[in-house]
Design a protein around this ligand. Sequence first.
Ligand code: DQA
Length: 139
Amino acid sequence: MIYVLNGPNLGRLGLREPGVYGSSTYQDLVEMCQTVADDLGLTVEVKQTDAEHQMLEWLYRAADEGADVVLNPGAWTHYNYAVRDACAMLRGKLVEVHISNVHAREEFRHRSVISAVATGVIAGLGFDGYRLALEHIAR
Ligand code: DQA
């Protein structure tokens, strides 16, 4: 099992700042990830939560299973040490994905507390970032 985990506000894709994140919805993202995974012969679970404790539980489960994770931590990226510490427990790959190019945006988005414990980071490629992350994991 590969987990594609999305943090706060990502359930609002399509409605949320379409100039930054595009007009495709969170449901479109889920369907794209499922299609990509099917094509690659992977089994994925795609989830989103606005609740930190829920994200931590999902990361513990992935750690216990030794599963690979694609994670868009949303705004938690920039300050959430509890999510980072849970990410550090993972034994599989961790690909950090951002839809927008965080480095071309506000200063506070330039720093990620997650990246140091990630296998790699993809930013600014829209939903393609998730597809590329899954392709990387499939190799
Ligand atoms: C984001 C970038 C974050 O800075 C922001 O808080 C998000 C989404 C992205 O996918 O571009 O919620 O992670």
